[in-house]
Design a binder for this molecule. Structure first.
Ligand SMILES: Nc1ncnc2c1ncn2[C@@H]1O[C@H](COP(=O)(O)OP(=O)(O)OP(=O)(O)O)[C@@H](O)[C@H]1O
Ligand SMILES: [Mg+2]
Length: 234
């Protein structure tokens, strides 16, 4: 796959939430194309629809209208099973609120995507241990999520998103709970993976100090994505 390969393509994506008589138009015709190895940030006001956008791009939620492809295969419209299979194969997802499995250790949480893709337990655990050690959690392998700090949980969630070597990672404020040094380390890991393995990253962030490390910065306004310069204040 070369750098100009389109890994994610979204066209005319609309998403609304209906509650009783009220309907909120959260996404109102979003177009987005992401190349292999590209790093794109999304900024925008609270409630502007950033998490909703990541969820529909990941096939975690339905669209009301529009098409999404991941690695040239349909993510929307597509059946739930097809979306799950596509996500497992090509995508890592970091939720705004980590969503780790509470009964599973850090190691087991990270190993799970490999196990679901058919890796044996020793191999899955060895690779997970290596990645967790790399992000400074080598001595927290057996901790349950409830026994980890907020920042540690967030790093485990990032490791879980990266472990199966996806082509695309969608991350919802992955550095939100981290101190400056840990956030910078995580950003450096993302830069390295995008440059050495052509992993594309689409990252929601409120951290202005990170933005210069992205190829593009987009903002969500009135349900549409707009480009802004990486060096503007967000
Ligand atoms: N399941 C839902 N049902 C109804 N409304 C929802 C639902 N999920 C989100 N919304 C509404 O859609 C809008 C966008 O929410 P979303 O979580 O995408 O915003 P966000 O940009 O991620 O905000 P933040 O920066 O606070 O995380 C909000 O007004 C929210 O209240
Ligand atoms: Mg959000």
């Amino acid at each position: 796959m070369n750098e100009s390969t389109i890994i994610l393509n979204a066209k005319g994506v609309e998403k609304r939430f209906t509650q009783g008589d009220a309907s909120i138009e959260v996404l109102d015709g979003v177009d987005l194309s992401l190349a292999a190895g590209e790093r794109v940030a999304i900024v925008g006001r609270s409630g502007s629809g950033k998490s909703s956008l990541l969820h529909v791009l990941a096939g975690l939620d339905d669209v009301n209208r529009g098409q999404i492809t991941l690695a040239e295969e349909p993510m929307a419209p597509a059946s739930n099973d097809a979306r799950t299979a596509l996500r497992r194969k090509h995508m890592g997802f970091v939720y705004q609120h980590h969503h780790l499995l509470p009964e599973f250790s850090a190691l087991e949480n990270v190993a799970l995507p490999l196990r679901l893709n058919g890796a044996s337990q020793p191999i899955a655990e060895q690779q997970s241990q290596e990645l967790l050690s790399r992000i400074g959690l080598g001595d927290r392998l057996q901790h349950l999520p409830s026994e980890l700090s907020g920042g540690e949980r967030q790093r485990v969630a990032v490791a879980r998103a990266l472990i199966h070597q996806p082509k695309l990672v969608l991350a919802d404020e992955p550095t939100g709970n981290l101190d400056t040094a840990s956030a910078a380390e995580l950003m450096a890991l993302m830069v390295e993976l995008s440059e050495s393995k052509a992993v594309a990253f689409l990252v929601v962030t409120h951290d202005p100090s990170m933005l210069y490390q992205f190829d593009r910065v987009l903002t969500l306004v009135d349900g549409k994505l707009q480009a802004i310069s990486a060096h503007d204040d967000a």
